[in-house]
Design a protein around this ligand. Structure first.
Ligand SMILES: Nc1ncnc2c1ncn2[C@@H]1O[C@H](COP(=O)(O)OP(=O)(O)OP(=O)(O)O)[C@@H](O)[C@H]1O
Length: 341
């Protein structure tokens, strides 16, 4: 990759508590190329949203970046002033959250909100801003866009509101869009359409996307690369086609088994027994070891760092152990990824 658009280096996010510091993100690193779509997947509490919030400077206190660096096109952004971060947000990084009403002010028309955002960030006249707002609303699929400029958020359906939010996120031509569960609150029938609109518009504008979701099926259909998160760390990151076809981390293997659209049959879902540990009870070694069918002694005492594996990075001792353990791992993973579903 040449200069990455976004580079997150050894990110640590902590919450100080009376009983010590809770490490919610514990050494996350990844790069994002210009125009690339990176999916972030993992169970609830894995640290997906906090990673996105750290990138856009929206961690809610007392949560804080305890260590690490975040670079946007070669400029460090994790240590800039709040004012500078406000300028980056909206202008260079757009956001789409789960609930469209988080991003829209109920007291202003959608036209006013989009026009104001455009004029805050771009050197254009009110007239040009209005024209841009109309063409963006058309692009996201709002019928009779110029008439709908004067409508208020509550006058749109949930799916249409999320389209408006996508228009708002893109109106200042950001280089990166962070979409955190953008369709979770929506009717299933419109979810795929919203993902398509997001993907198409970002792709047409060359914007990179971080798409945060629980749904590996959405990632498989939308992203170029996927980062699988577990307990505040990246278990596996690599090209989607590769990770879906041949997942290396036992946790990814389990997640793959829960994609009905790829397996074609719901009764073949793999359930991963157990649940993710609480932040104050993360086990030593690999955080996944108590749930891992392949864990061996080293996994219980030593934390695996990401290792290069066929274009992916995988934090799992199975892939570093001696030949014997590796063969066992490969046989086991092949069995889980294929026939046992
Ligand atoms: N304000 C807070 N105080 C303490 N812990 C927090 C706080 N906010 C988040 N956490 C913890 O940080 C961890 C990561 O949370 P995060 O919201 O990033 O997870 P997630 O993977 O996005 O989950 P979900 O899919 O449910 O949104 C969780 O264990 C969560 O409980």
């Amino acid at each position: 990759m040449s200069v990455p658009l976004l580079s997150v280096r050894d990110l640590h996010v902590e919450f100080p508590t009376r009983r010590g510091r809770l490490k919610a993100i514990d050494g996350v690193s990844f790069d994002l190329a210009p125009g690339e779509v990176l999916g972030m997947v993992g169970e609830s509490g894995a640290g997906k949203s906090l990673t996105g919030a750290a990138v856009i400077g929206l961690l809610e206190p007392p949560g804080r970046i305890a260590d690490g660096e975040i670079w946007l096109k070669g400029e460090r952004i994790d240590n800039v002033s709040r004012k500078a971060m406000r300028q980056i947000r909206g202008r260079r990084i757009g956001m789409v959250f789960q609930d469209p009403l988080t991003s829209l002010n109920p007291l202003f028309t959608v036209g006013d909100q989009i026009v104001e955002t455009i004029m805050t960030h771009l050197p254009v006249s009110a007239r040009e801003a209005r024209d841009r707002a109309v063409s963006l609303l058309e692009a996201v699929g709002i019928p009779a866009a110029s008439k709908r400029l004067t409508a208020y958020p509550h006058q749109f359906s949930g799916g249409m509101r999320q389209r408006v939010v996508i228009a708002l996120a893109l109106c200042a031509e950001p280089e990166l869009v962070i979409a955190d569960e953008p369709t979770t609150a929506l009717d299933v029938s419109v979810q795929a359409q919203i993902i398509d609109v997001l993907k198409e518009l970002c792709s047409a504008r060359g914007a990179s996307v971080i798409l945060i979701t629980h749904d590996m099926g959405v990632i498989a259909e939308t992203a170029d690369r996927v980062a699988v998160m577990y307990s505040g760390r990246i278990a596996e990151i690599g090209p989607v086609a590769q990770v879906v076809k041949a997942p290396h981390h036992p946790y990814t293997v389990g997640l793959m088994g829960s994609i009905p659209s790829l397996t074609g049959s719901v009764d073949r879902l793999v359930q991963i027994p157990g649940s993710m540990p609480r932040l104050d009870a993360i086990p030593p070694g690999c955080a996944f070891n108590p749930r891992c069918p392949h864990a061996f002694e080293r996994c219980r005492v030593e934390r695996p760092e990401p290792m290069e594996m066929e274009g992916s990075r995988v934090a799992c001792w199975l892939h570093e152990a001696g030949d014997e353990a590796q063969t066992v791992a490969e046989q086991g993973l092949a069995g889980r990824a294929g026939g046992e579903r």
